[in-house]
Design a protein around this ligand. Sequence first.
Ligand code: GLU
Length: 306
Amino acid sequence: MAGLSALPRYRGRFAPSPTGPLHFGSLVAAVGSYLDARTQGGEWLVRMEDVDRPRNVPGAAEQILATLEAFGFAWDGPVLWQSQRDAAYGEALDALRQCRLAYPCACSRKEIADSATRPAVDGGLAYPGTCRGGLPTGRTERAWRLRVDATETAFVDRLQGRVTQFLEPDVGDFVLRRADGLFAYQLAVVVDDAAQGITDIVRGADLLDSTPRQIWLQQCLGFPTPRYAHLPVAANAAGEKLSKQTLAPALESGRAAAELIRALRFLGQPAPEELGRARPVDVWAWAREHWQCAAIPRQRSISLVA
Ligand code: GLU
């Protein structure tokens, strides 16, 4: 008889950045990752991505956790705080330095803007590789970058299908530790997903373009690559992703059930509107019974009609 231990384990996570309160867009990611985990008997972890100290808004992390609780999310284990993980990120950077995959870079933003010739996938500029062969004489190190190569990085997303990127022309060698000494999101997320044994990443499709970088980093560090499912992101009527910058309103805990219904419907789940007047626990009972991953729209973004 096949041993039960052969069954794949599932561990998912929700990883908000405390740059403001939760809004509808982040709720969609939380609901999608939570239900994908729970309906497969999986664990669901919460990680506070507060590695980028200047962007953290005081009190936002606590507010996010309180909102998650008020909305009836229950996470496994303690919350992991990236701001306490510098030692782990430093070790990963050291390992990459030792095998010469990471190198110091002296370029300022302006120098890159003056010398770069190619746009990057994220709207910036692809790093032209100026410091790849060593720091030019007389220059001092500012950031640390990861060497990428010219081959194609590809993966099959459970929702968005096959995604490919040529890291060298599309992104260039990317930053692991910034000029201000802080570790970059790309390094922190990869180190933490591996350290927490995450098997499944369900998050917004705004992170699709970062995924090949993260897979490349996993390969450089000898980490397994999790499965990915990138959910459509909620956009405003102008097509802009809901975020603090686009002034997305904060979720109100008093409207938890109604907002959960709205998030479920956004994800293609026909949750009955009248449940919006029930308690969050009743919405979750419906959702756990009826969740259909196959019903999630396979789009990168969906506009909310005002
Ligand atoms: N902290 C990231 C954000 O809030 C999410 C990272 C992730 O899910 O990998 O956009």
